[in-house]
Design a protein around this ligand. Structure first.
Ligand SMILES: Cc1cc2nc3c(=O)[nH]c(=O)nc-3n(C[C@H](O)[C@H](O)[C@H](O)COP(=O)(O)OP(=O)(O)OC[C@H]3O[C@@H](n4cnc5c(N)ncnc54)[C@H](O)[C@@H]3O)c2cc1C
Length: 449
């Protein structure tokens, strides 16, 4: 018995068996990395299951457990690290139809994991709230996918990453097994299933703390001088009186890749993308003046809504996407600066590596509450060896590399350091090692010799 036999055993579920479509559902945005593209190209599951209910999910889990078949979870496949690419065939569980908004009370929203972030945000906005962080892929990405594979995004400048204490209230998790079990975990225990690529449990539902809904104005402020642009972005991020949702520094020549915005982006100037609340608009403009910045684009929330265009889709990894659309030979880095000396580190690395490495900084508040910048630098790719060298130069300058050119949880994050409780959670929920096998490098089966 193998995965190809499952559709006949569970005919009440929607299955995809056509190999071309199955392959499509087995891929994500790993092609941003020439290394991952080479390693993961062609990998595919045998079949895709599309559950709509918890009973459907339990049925697939039970079949995989009974027959020792690999199960890889998927939201909508916008992850960047081959997170939902099955290394050992089996079943891809597409959770995007398991997508109910379950309610919002006392500033906490709850929803099934397959809900698209845009739908959750809309539902919350009608009740006076919004998500604390959205990835730039908010239109298509799911809540469970962001939780399983993401970090945070637009909004993290105020609320920190997803993992900042207070953001996640609870996670309802299903275990693997012929008779799957469901448990709800709170606070730090819930975070054991965050950014683990769906390897240690199936997140069914999440309760997340929300922010008050705000009518964000969107800005492009451009600068001739890189250091002035950095100071402006940094001052806006640090200044406690500015109510903001996004601050990104996009160094020249990256703005030239934003072809649809070219009329707002004068040549050879660095750009800062900022989203601020209406009461902070005047203060942002005053700050721009002190740094010799020109406001070249300003839209109120109403104008943004009417135009259907948001600058959010020019930030985070959308910045890279716009560049890749123009030049397919580019790739990128993910870096974490030192909050005590990020200005100095940024200036040193800009001097050392520009134009081979083009600076793109996202300003965030860390889990500990201090302002820092995290880099999504764009790299002119020449060889895998040179890419390694560039990452080592960053490490040598005290900059952490969250390597986007590897597909295991450990290697992509925190330099191989993993909370051992994450592995214990896998022991409990997936003792057979069927969930996304190959992605949790340091785990071995509890009874393995
Ligand atoms: C253009 C672009 C921009 C991006 N911007 C951002 C950004 O701003 N911030 C950010 O954090 N990320 C960003 N990302 C990465 C990615 O979009 C986000 O992580 C996104 O939220 C993933 O959602 P998804 O539904 O596509 O997940 P998928 O890619 O389908 O899945 C991601 C991982 O989560 C696991 N998973 C999915 N559902 C569940 C579940 N229910 N339970 C447990 N595990 C599960 C999958 O197995 C996989 O390992 C970006 C990517 C791209 C391509």
């Amino acid at each position: 018995m193998n995965a190809h036999d499952f559709p006949a055993l569970a005919p009440d579920l929607e299955w995809i068996t056509d190999s071309t479509r199955v392959h499509k559902y087995s891929q994500d945005f790993n092609w941003y990395s020439p290394v991952l593209k080479r390693q993961l190209e062609g990998l595919s599951a045998d079949v895709v299951a599309r559950p709509k209910t918890q009973e459907h999910i339990a049925k697939v889990v039970s079949l995989c457990s009974a027959h020792g078949v690999a199960l890889t979870l998927r939201g909508t496949g916008t992850g960047n690290y081959g997170q939902c690419v099955p290394l050992q065939r089996g079943v891809v569980l597409d959770l995007s139809a398991y997508n109910q908004f379950l309610g919002l009370q006392d500033g906490v929203a709850s929803a099934q994991s397959g809900i698209r972030l845009i739908d959750l945000d809309k539902a919350a906005k009608s009740l006076g709230f919004e998500l604390r962080w959205i990835p730039s892929t908010f239109r298509s990405a799911t809540l469970g996918g962001l939780y399983g594979g993401g970090f945070g995004g637009v909004g993290s400048i105020t609320y920190g990453p997803i993992a900042a204490p207070g953001n996640i209230i609870s996670a309802k998790v299903m275990s693997m097994g012929i008779e799957p079990q469901v448990h709800t975990y709170h606070g730090l225990d819930a975070l054991l299933y965050h950014h683990t690529y769906g390897t240690n449990g199936i997140v069914l539902e999440l309760e997340v703390a929300m922010a008050p809904s705000t009518a964000w104005s969107e800005f492009l402020v451009t600068f001739e001088d890189f250091e002035q642009a950095l100071s402006f972005a940094s001052d806006l991020s640090v200044g406690s009186g500015y109510v903001k949702k996004e601050v990104a520094l996009i160094a020249s020549p990256i703005p030239s890749y934003f072809t649809a915005l070219s009329e707002f982006l004068p040549a050879n100037r660095h750009a800062v993308v900022a989203l601020v609340a209406p009461q902070s608009v005047a203060a942002l403009k005053a700050l721009a003046l002190t740094h010799e910045g020109l406001v070249t684009y300003q839209k109120s929330a109403q104008e943004v809504q009417a135009s259907q265009r948001t600058l959010i889709e020019y930030t985070w990894n959308h910045t890279t996407l716009h560049a890749l659309k123009v030049d397919k030979t580019l790739t990128y880095l993910q870096t974490g600066f030192n909050p005590q000396r990020y200005r100095e580190q940024v200036l040193e690395l800009q001097k050392l590596l520009s134009p081979e490495v083009m600076m793109h900084l996202e300003f965030i508040r860390t889990k500990e509450g201090v302002v820092n910048c995290s880099g999504l630098q764009i790299v002119r790719f020449t060889s895998e060896e040179r890419l390694e060298e560039i990452m080592q130069i960053h490490r040598d300058h005290g900059v952490q590399i969250n390597n986007p050119h590897v597909y295991t949880v450990e290697d992509g994050k925190a330099g191989g350091q993993l909370n051992p409780e994450i592995l214990r959670a896998k022991d409990r929920h997936d003792p057979q090692g069927l969930l996304n096998p190959g992605k949790l490098r340091t785990w071995s089966a509890p009874n393995a010799i």
